[in-house]
Design a protein around this ligand. Structure first.
Ligand SMILES: [Zn+2]
Length: 202
C-alpha cells in the first residue's frame, strides 16, 4: 500500500505520490551560530504543504504505517543517504512512557530504525530517556518550550555513544529546544560529533 494515498503499492510509496513529495524535497544542512549543543542540522523539507499534512497524520492521527513511506522519501536521494552514512549511530528523540502508551508508538523511533535497516548506520536504544511527561511542545512559545524541555531527558549506557558520530532523529524542528536539550545531555557522554536529522523545519 502507498502510505500517502492508500493505493496498492508494494514499495509503500506510489510513483505519483513520490513525484508530488519530491517537488518539495531540498536537503539543507544548517550550522547555527548560537550554542545549540550539536554540530549540524540536516533536514529535507520545509514544514509546509503535502509533507506537513503527512507528518501531522503520522504523528497525531494514529497513522503509524506512514513511517515506511516517510523513510522511503528520506532515502530516495543519494546525497541524503551519503550524509546520513557519515555517522556511526542513529537514535531517536525519546517520548515518555505515558505518551508512548497513549500514541502507541514513538514516531521518530520507527523512522530511525527503518533508516538503520537500509543504510550503514547502527540503531542504538536505551541511551536517551524521557523521564517526565511534558506538555506538547506544539502548544508553547519559544521560552516556554525551553523551560518545558529542560531536565526532561536522562542519559543511560553512555559508553554506547562515546567517541562515536551520532545522529539524533526528530520529526520536526521548530525552535530547536527539544533537540538542543537532548544534545546537551548526549554531549556529556563525549561523542565525537552530534548531528540532528529532522524530516522538516518549521
Ligand atoms: Zn500514493
Amino acid at each position: 500500500m502507498c502510505g500517502k494515498c492508500g493505493k496498492l503499492d508494494k514499495n509503500w510509496l506510489c510513483n505519483k505520490c513520490k513525484k508530488e513529495l519530491k517537488k518539495y524535497y531540498n536537503l539543507q544542512i544548517d550550522k547555527y551560530g548560537e550554542p545549540k549543543n550539536f554540530d549540524e542540522h540536516i533536514y529535507l523539507f520545509k514544514y509546509e504543504a503535502a509533507i506537513r499534512e503527512e507528518i501531522i497524520k503520522y504523528k497525531f492521527q494514529e497513522k503509524s504505517y506512514k513511517y515506511k513511506m516517510l523513510t522511503k522519501i528520506i532515502l530516495s536521494k543519494k546525497n541524503t543517504c551519503d550524509k546520513i552514512e557519515e555517522y556511526d549511530i542513529i537514535l531517536p528523540v525519546p517520548i515518555s512512557k505515558e505518551r508512548k502508551k497513549q500514541r502507541g508508538y514513538n514516531q521518530s523511533e520507527l523512522i530511525a530504525r527503518e533508516i538503520s535497516k537500509n543504510l550503514k548506520i547502527e540503531y542504538v536504544k536505551n541511551v536517551l530517556k524521557k523521564q517526565k511527561n511534558t506538555v506538547a511542545q506544539s502548544l508553547l512559545n519559544k521560552e516556554q518550550r525551553e523551560e518545558n524541555a529542560r531536565g526532561a531527558y536522562t542519559l543511560k549506557n553512555s559508553k554506547k555513544i562515546q567517541n562515536k558520530k551520532i545522529l539524533l532523529l526528530d520529526d520536526i524542528f521548530t525552535t530547536g529546544s527539544t533537540v538542543g536539550e537532548c544534545c546537551r545531555i548526549l554531549r556529556s557522554a563525549s561523542p565525537q560529533k552530534i548531528g540532528v536529522l529532522t524530516i522538516a523545519k518549521d
